[in-house]
Write a protein that binds this ligand. Structure first.
Ligand code: ZN
Length: 255
């Protein structure tokens, strides 16, 4: 689902939560599209820190990456508090993070990503944007069926048919793991025109993006802030360690 360079597009809307993945997707969009806007969802997340870091990341991108700042347009925060009425999730209620019988983490809100994509499509239509970029991934979170490649292809078709507009859904992280996501951020950062190049984007992601399920931002690790023990932190930390390891062997970093 990658766009070819010969296809004219009218700009991209990035599903942006303020985490590592969606920030990397935003950098990806900023290297490819001349006009980029962002959409985020307030669905009663238990930790407001996620929404706060979202604003921080946008501010940092604008301040430190002049080539991207010119392309980065409006940010749209959509109130989806209504999702709380139909979900019983550890992200919105005080429940332990356990795997449920179906093998899905109980942070799972059934079809949540379908709702996000539908709102993104409607907003993209209104804003005249025809590319929708999302950081969904089959490699790390294959437990979420609404993040799978087939689901995204079906959404691209459904949105295009349902709005009679040719949408392209870009999923730059679909088949890569967290180590490769760090590597991708480094490569994209070199195109962002910042002092410090690829390292500058990696440093910004480490300092300002938020991943931790527990909303923890007092403990600083080499890979960023977080409790270090929740599934999201462990994934981010393990990806960082693998990337650093591969970097030292000289078969990754810098590409
Ligand atoms: Zn954590």
């Amino acid at each position: 689902m990658q766009s070819s360079d010969s296809t004219p597009h009218h700009g991209a809307l990035v599903l942006f939560s303020g985490g590592q993945d969606s920030t990397t997707c935003l950098a990806h969009a900023l290297t490819r599209h001349e006009r980029v806007e962002t959409i985020g969802f307030d669905y009663g997340q238990r930790h407001r820190v996620e929404l706060r870091q979202r604003g921080e990341v946008l501010r940092e991108l604008r301040a430190r990456f002049p080539a991207w700042s010119a392309r980065l347009g409006e940010d749209h925060l959509i109130d989806l508090a209504v999702l709380g009425q139909i979900s019983d999730s550890a992200l919105t209620r005080d429940m332990a993070f356990e795997m449920e019988r179906a093998g899905l983490p109980n942070t799972f809100v059934p079809g949540r990503n379908l709702v996000f994509m539908t709102f993104a499509g409607a907003l993209a239509y209104r804003r005249g944007l025809d590319v929708i970029v999302t950081g969904v991934c089959e490699t790390d979170y294959s437990g979420y069926p609404d993040c799978r490649d087939d689901t995204m292809k079906a959404m691209q078709l459904a949105l295009s048919l349902g709005m009679d507009r040719r949408f392209l859904v870009e999923t730059p992280l679909m088949w890569i793991d967290k180590a490769a996501t760090w590597r991708l951020a480094h490569a994209l950062g070199q195109q962002g025109d910042a002092a410090g190049g690829g390292d500058a984007l990696v440093r910004m992601i480490v300092e300002h993006t938020h991943t931790c399920y527990l909303g923890e931002r007092t403990q600083r690790h080499p890979w960023g802030y977080g409790c270090g023990t929740c599934p999201a932190c462990m994934l981010r930390a393990a990806g960082w360690a693998r990337w650093q390891d591969q970097d030292q062997r000289g078969d990754g970093h810098g590409g």
